[in-house]
Design a protein around this ligand. Structure first.
Ligand code: NAP
Length: 477
């Protein structure tokens, strides 16, 4: 529909349907979840933590639980009372960090004010980066800055999916993000930048905000002020993404924005509140494309949380990761599955017959695995705990990473026993021999270690050596 208002050609904006795009993403996630479950013997798991009784947070968490269940993920919620202390919350995060059933951890914000102004940051700092499905840990934020992140904040990631899948041109476009929060505005601006948009970030101190916003081909509003973005903020024909979701409980605001007799007012009168976006309804007459509230960015946030949980469960060879891109560049796109992750079965066939190819693969995968281990260690450091990592020998010595650790403890046994153990795991005598000859000789491993634990004897004997190493380390470090 077209008319002339204020001398500007007016059209009704195309609605960017977040619910439909979210459904598409869930449909992609579901078979990958099923494949993971069949291969690993358990579904990818998400641990949610909800502190206090903020009604909106309760609704969000219920939505996340339901969607996770529908997608075949395991999701558990830890509900903690308003009176919970920061230490108690950190204890729960620590348990989830160690849990083998939980690949992703999400602590719902906001946290109760009684926990103090820095509580959220403290909590995000201690979540293991490889389980940080919200993408808020400083390690993941740093990786996002460098455009090599695997786990990125779900809401801005959802906006990118909405833009890309709605065929909105991003490269070369002028993008303006209003809002500079750590969880929406900043990651949003970085994601747009990495897709080659020219990005401006605005905030409450920005001078001439409407004029700057009106230059945008893509305008993202992440402010939290209902109806703030009026038509003077919008370039005719531009794309407007409304991230804002503010629960409104006064009738006057709804009447002012939507008018008497509007559907919104009807909903308000029935429920006593409505959730409103940052974008004024009049913008629909000037924008080329517009994401609605509700039904825009909200459903995408949840869909991307499910995908991030799957990503965390898969580890390093996931779609879009640095290792996956390097593997595809070396071995071709044929080794990628439909979801963009590495198809290990296909890759296995390629490298099995070719020692050179195997070495190439190791030179890509080992450093990537090692980086994720180090990121996990950093999380423990931030917690103030001394961290121990169990690292395969090739990862430690062949990648020359042993110096990243304060002390190296090698466990080993006599070659005959090693051969017997490999064969007990199903290898033929020949394969066991091949495996052993490909490894660093025991004497060399022992020479490089600070401590050695020999596992030839009984469990009690091994235990005794472990106790001795722990005692020596406690006085040494
Ligand atoms: P936030 O931390 O409160 O940040 C709001 C940002 O808006 C700040 O950077 C602030 O600037 C800026 N701002 C406030 N008033 C302004 C003004 N008058 N002019 C220009 N800028 C102004 O909020 P957030 O966590 O980023 O969330 C933003 C909105 O998105 C909220 O409505 C939230 O509910 C919604 N949200 C939705 C989803 C979803 O799934 N759909 C997810 C997350 C958030 P200063 O930095 O200068 O203060």
């Amino acid at each position: 529909m077209r008319d002339k208002r204020d001398g500007i050609d007016s059209v009704t904006a195309r609605v960017l349907d977040g619910t439909a795009v979210a459904a598409q993403i869930r449909a992609e996630v579901a078979p990958a979840v099923a494949a993971f479950t069949a291969r690993v013997g358990r579904p990818p798991g998400l641990g949610l933590v909800l502190v206090g009784d903020d009604p909106a947070s309760g609704i969000y968490v219920r939505g996340k639980l339901r969607s996770a269940g529908e997608a075949g993920l395991r999701a558990d919620v830890e509900r903690m009372p308003e009176s919970t202390t920061l230490e108690q919350l950190l204890g729960v995060v620590d348990r989830l960090n160690r849990s083998e059933a939980h690949d992703g951890i999400l602590v719902q914000s906001p946290l109760p004010a009684s926990m103090g102004p820095d509580a959220e940051r403290t909590v995000f700092d201690v979540i293991r980066p490889d389980k940080d499905v919200d993408g808020f840990h400083p390690v993941n934020v740093g990786r996002l800055v460098q455009n090599r992140a695997a786990l990125v904040a779900c809401t801005p990631l959802g906006v990118m999916e909405l833009l890309v899948r709605s065929n909105i041109r991003i490269a070369g476009a002028r993008a303006v993000v209003i809002g500079r929060s750590d969880i929406v505005g900043k990651p949003m601006a970085l994601l747009l930048l990495h897709r080659d948009a020219t990005v401006t970030i605005c905030h409450s101190k920005t001078a001439e905000l409407p004029r700057i916003a009106a230059e945008a081909d893509i305008l993202v509003a992440a402010i939290g002020r209902p109806g703030f973005v009026t038509r003077e903020f919008v370039k005719p024909g531009g794309t407007v993404i409304d991230v804002g979701t503010t629960p409104v409980r006064d009738r006057e605001t709804v009447t002012r924005l939507y008018g008497p007799g509007s559907r919104r007012l009807e909903v308000f009168d029935r429920r006593g509140s409505v959730v409103l976006g940052d974008v004024h309804p009049e913008v629909a007459d000037i924008a080329g494309a517009l994401s609605p509230v509700p039904g825009g960015v909200g459903p995408l946030t949840i869909a991307l949380l499910l995908r991030n949980t799957l990503t965390a469960a898969h580890g390093v060879m996931v779609a879009g990761s640095e290792a996956t891109s390097a593997i595809a560049a070396r071995f071709g796109d044929a080794v990628l599955a439909a979801d963009g992750s590495v198809d290990r079965a296909v890759l296995g066939r390629v490298v099995f017959a070719d020692a050179g190819a195997r070495r190439d693969l190791e030179s890509i995968v080992h450093p990537a695995v090692h980086r994720s281990i180090v990121a996990g260690l950093r999380a423990f450091e931030l917690l103030g705990e001394y961290a121990w990592a169990v690292v395969a020998v090739p990862l430690l010595f062949e990648t020359s990473r042993a110096t990243d650790y304060d002390r190296v403890i090698v466990t080993t046994c006599a070659p005959a026993l090693q051969r017997k153990r490999l064969m007990a795991r199903g290898l033929t005598a020949e394969a066991a021999e091949q495996r052993m000859s490909a490894q660093l000789p025991t004497a060399e491993k022992v020479a490089r270690a600070d401590f050695v634990i020999f596992t030839d004897g009984s469990f009690e004997e091994t235990d005794r050596q472990i106790d001795a190493v722990v005692a020596a380390l406690s006085s040494d470090l």
